[in-house]
Design a protein around this ligand. Structure first.
Ligand SMILES: [Zn+2]
Length: 322
């Protein structure tokens, strides 16, 4: 009997809350901006985020979450609220007294009475905002559906902020190429290996026998906030001779050809631009551009070769060309 009463009470609470707080008739279809990267939504997420529905109170994932971090839009990833603006309201939905400036748009609700809040970037429905309830000093309550958001813990926010980019250059013996890149500003990691051939897991012996079609190359991982692809590609053109057709220095053969393996269209455009600049300066550039395929890491003894052995490259040196 008691369980039955409880269920009845819960149902009553649900209906009252869903009418007075975040709910709205599902008659207004969401207009999407197709230029924004969006996550694919499941049926319940679509009901709330696209069709402006409301999740039931007290069941959302973040109602009682008070960990430090940031709440992002489930659909587009835009940061909406920080945990410092979250407070306990008892209403059954996550409550915030302030949005991250510019990230939340307020519009008159279809009911002509309440103020709806949507993600400013993708227009995804978040909930409603209420004023004058006296919960916090800001006297504002953003009543947000948990399902409209993804919470990212403080420590994970930091990790996500360090985005990296990868570039791949081939310009003769990979020991010498790596020597000039491993300490360049903004470079996080370098490794030497093989690319462009037709065999999985090629060995140095196979590549030297010219049976696999690979070239010796170096993969550089960099921090795009500290350097950029253009700077690194210019360095590449200056530490080897991009006009040599058949190899590099005394290293002759397909494994030593000058090639750029671009990982994005932007990298390709930058590389093309730099080649044009060099050609205008009179260089007959032999460097080929190819879309990057799988990069196979070389054997350990080839990695950071000169750092380990204390030597200097035998056929690479820096010549200013830009
Ligand atoms: Zn969004």
């Amino acid at each position: 009997m008691k369980t039955k009463n409880y269920v009845l009470l819960l149902l009553l609470t649900l209906s009252v809350f869903s009418f007075n707080a975040c709910s709205q008739p599902n008659n207004k279809k969401f207009k999407i901006n197709d230029s924004i990267m969006k996550k694919e939504l499941n049926a319940e997420e679509k009901r709330v985020i696209l069709n402006k529905g409301t999740e039931a109170p007290f069941i959302g994932e973040y109602t009682d979450n008070f960990e430090e971090g940031v709440y992002t839009c489930k659909q587009c990833g835009s940061e909406l609220y920080t945990s410092s603006s979250k407070f306990h309201s008892g209403c059954g939905w996550p409550s915030f007294d302030q949005e991250i400036p510019g990230r939340v748009k307020k519009v008159l609700d279809a009911d002509g009475r309440r103020t709806e809040i949507v993600c400013a970037k993708c227009d995804g429905h978040l909930g409603h905002v209420f004023y004058g309830e006296g919960f916090t000093q800001k006297d504002t309550r953003h009543c947000v559906n948990s399902i409209s958001m993804v919470f990212i813990k403080k420590e994970d926010v930091k990790k996500a902020e360090t985005k990296t980019e990868v570039a791949i250059f081939a310009g003769g013996c990979f020991w010498g190429v790596e020597y000039y890149f491993q300490n360049a500003p903004g470079v996080l990691k370098t490794q030497v290996g093989y690319i462009g051939g037709h065999k999985a897991n090629p060995t140095y012996k196979e590549v030297c026998a010219h049976t696999t079609g690979h070239v010796e190359a170096m993969e550089v991982t960099f921090d795009p906030t500290k350097t950029n692809y253009e700077t690194l590609a210019k360095l590449f053109f200056e530490i080897h001779d991009p006009t040599q057709l058949n190899g590099q220095g005394g290293d002759i053969g397909e494994q030593y050809l000058s090639e750029i393996f671009y990982t994005t269209e932007t990298q390709k455009e930058i590389a093309e631009k730099l080649i044009q600049i060099l050609e205008k300066k009179g260089y007959k550039v032999a460097t080929k551009l190819r879309e990057a395929t799988k990069f196979w890491s070389a054997e350990n003894y080839h990695q950071q070769y000169y750092e380990k052995t204390g030597g200097t490259p035998y056929c690479h040196s820096r010549t200013i060309r830009f």
